[in-house]
Design a protein around this ligand. Structure first.
Ligand SMILES: C[S@@+](CC[C@H](N)C(=O)[O-])C[C@H]1O[C@@H](n2cnc3c(N)ncnc32)[C@H](O)[C@@H]1O
Length: 281
């Protein structure tokens, strides 16, 4: 049985994200709307973006925040931070990007008024220590909004891809207790953990929508995109060799075909938007 490697954001994994950045960002862009709606930025604020990747959500935070706000993106990957800086870095310091392990990096001075993350908080090796650390990144009364994936069963964009790959190779079940995108599919343990490390008013909004797989792609191209960029399916299929990549592609293109509308494959997705704050002064 082939184990799908844990999403540990090694250099190889961030390199893959970077190579497929445009398609991934276009696919995930709809999540920004509920994420920022949950945060409500009404007065100038310092925002930190946790696991900012190529920086598109960091720049979105800066654009949506009132004039005088700053947005700083932090990510484990030097290659992604390099891309973010090249695309969006502003010389006046209002938008900056830095390499950081947000699970362990000491809180900066001054601390931030808001923390946001689009799908960047599910990968900490020690979540208790990491979220306790993140609490120190916020000023008293500071707020956070984190987007995390809902259960795999409610995310057919991934389930269809896994099922198609499983037609070609044996896949081990996803280990939901390990760092990985679906770790907080059942969000209750995360809510409880955030309360235990000292956040208050923790609540969850459920967001269900369709996402365009890789942006504007036909079913066969979307299948190619998904197999190349999601999880470690490309590596698993390459290792299997033979007809495996072609079998998986054909199986996935057929699964995507009914979801193709006006030149895009629109697959249902479910995301939890988790919000809360630190105790006010
Ligand atoms: C699924 S990607 C999301 C990227 C970006 N937020 C977006 O939506 O386009 C997850 C990101 O989290 C980053 N990441 C994972 N663990 C991290 C950590 N401990 N500290 C900082 N960044 C981390 C990865 O390098 C990766 O860029």
């Amino acid at each position: 049985m082939t184990r799908e490697p844990v999403a540990d954001w090694s250099a190889a994994r961030s390199d893959k994200w970077r190579r497929h950045l445009a398609g991934m960002e276009a696919m995930l862009a709809p999540i920004d709307e509920p994420l920022f709606r949950a945060l409500v930025l009404t007065s100038p604020v310092r925002v930190a973006d946790v696991g900012c990747g190529g920086g598109s959500t960091t720049i979105e935070a800066w654009r949506r925040a009132p004039r005088g706000s700053v947005a700083h993106g932090f990510d484990l990957s030097p290659a992604l931070i390099e891309v973010a800086r090249r695309r969006f870095g502003a010389h006046d310091g209002s938008i900056t990007f830095a390499v950081a392990d947000m699970g362990t990096m000491s809180p900066p001075v001054p601390a931030y008024g808001c923390l946001i993350s689009r799908l960047g908080v599910m990968f900490f090796s020690d979540p208790h220590a990491a979220f306790a650390n993140l609490r120190g990144w916020l000023v008293p009364g500071g707020r956070f909004a984190f987007a995390v994936w809902g259960p795999v069963a409610d995310n057919p964009w991934l389930k269809a891809t896994r099922d198609a790959v499983a037609e070609a190779v044996d896949l081990a079940p996803i280990d939901l207790s390990a760092p990985g995108p679906f770790r907080y599919g059942n969000v209750l343990p995360l809510v409880s953990l955030l309360g235990r490390v000292g956040f208050v008013d923790v609540s969850v909004t459920d967001w269900r929508q369709v996402l365009p797989i890789g942006d504007q792609l036909s079913a066969p191209d979307a299948a190619r995109f998904a197999l190349a960029s999601f999880s470690s399916f490309a590596e698993v299929l390459a290792r299997a060799g033979g007809d495996a990549p072609a079998i998986a592609h054909s199986a996935l293109a057929s699964r995507f075909a009914p979801h193709e509308h006006q030149g895009a494959v629109l697959m249902p997705a479910r995301v939890h938007i988790v919000t809360g704050r630190t105790v006010a002064p």
